[in-house]
Design a protein around this ligand. Structure first.
Ligand SMILES: [Zn+2]
Length: 314
């Protein structure tokens, strides 16, 4: 007499599970049970009375990995260079909630690979990440915006790289900030739209000042940061803004600043990217503002900004 019921099914699951030891991908016996119950069919069946044999051996599917749909992600900010010849890319991502996520994309460096084009620098992607032992693993990626207009032109690539560098240093793991993702996407779009190099410099300077101002490093541009005098004629990055002539004597590194330059700095922080794109600016002024933004960002983020430096030298 053969009985197969819910209890048996439960045993099969329990047995297979115990053989697998809950280890993902471990080998286990696939067990079929044949119950021979003598006597009262409704009697309790204990495991010792079960005859079983192994009919097959197979690799159990890996333990279900809790998938984490990343409400989309963000721009894959900086794929870190690999130290080995492996085809795995290590990505630093700015997600749509403004937090930083680090993940690996296996096979992303394989030419023509499924993830190759979707996890490229500057790409905006929807990702499905699986939780890995140390880093999350990209299991699916859908391209939202490749920002293809940036690629292929050195000036645009330099500007977008400088922006991504600042973005990477202003987002943090586990810290949400809804401001960061939209402004990064808009800045990358502006890198595609900019008609010339001065406007690219303007975009980078505006992005750096806006993001740092949002993060708490807003330069004081109206009054002397030391005494409150409303006729500032000097600027000091270390002091945090403009200074009057008498206070500037006591601050190392304070440099004379024109009223026009102060107006430009105000405009960088307050204007939209559309307004910046429509503004006329000469290359010297734009380069000076980008240089100012670089010093401001490098000082307050306390980091060497290599991509920013390269952009200014290119
Ligand atoms: Zn003063």
């Amino acid at each position: 007499m053969h009985r197969r019921g819910p209890m048996v099914a439960a045993m099969i699951r329990g047995w297979a599970s115990s053989l697998a030891g809950h280890r993902a991908g471990s080998w286990a016996c696939k067990v079929y049970l044949d119950l021979s119950v003598r006597g009262n069919p409704s009697c309790a069946v204990t495991p010792t009375k079960i005859r079983c044999w192994v009919t097959a051996q197979e690799r159990l599917p890996a333990e279900p990995v809790p998938g984490r749909p990343l409400h989309t992600t963000g721009a894959a900010v900086v794929p870190r260079p690999n130290s080995s010849a492996s085809r795995t890319s290590s990505l630093t991502l700015l997600t749509s909630d403004g937090s930083e996520v680090r993940a690996v994309a296996k096979g992303a460096r394989k030419p023509g690979g499924r993830l190759a084009a979707r996890t490229d620098l500057f790409s905006e992607v929807d990702l499905l990440l699986a939780v890995g032992r140390s880093l999350d693993v990209v299991s699916e990626a859908a391209l939202v915006n490749a920002h293809a207009g940036i690629r292929g032109e050195l000036d645009r690539v330099c500007a977008a790289s400088a922006i991504c560098e600042v973005a990477r240093l202003t987002c943090f793991d586990g810290t949400e900030d809804p401001f960061l993702y939209p402004i990064l996407c808009r800045a990358l779009l502006a890198c595609e739209e900019a008609v010339d190099r001065p406007h690219l410099d303007l975009v980078v300077a505006a992005y750096a000042f806006k993001t740092l101002a949002h993060g708490g490093w807003r330069p004081e541009l109206d009054r002397c940061v030391s005494c409150g005098d409303d006729v500032p004629t000097f600027f000091s990055v270390a002091a945090g803004g403009v200074l009057c002539a008498s206070c500037a004597r006591e601050v190392e590194g304070a440099e004379p600043v024109s009223a026009a330059r102060i107006s430009w700095l105000r405009f960088l922080i307050s204007a939209t990217f559309d307004q910046l794109m429509a503004t006329e600016i000469d290359s010297e002024t734009a380069y000076g503002l980008a240089g100012e933004a670089h010093v401001w960002a490098a000082t307050h983020l306390d980091a060497r900004l290599r991509a920013f430096e390269f952009m200014l030298s290119a």
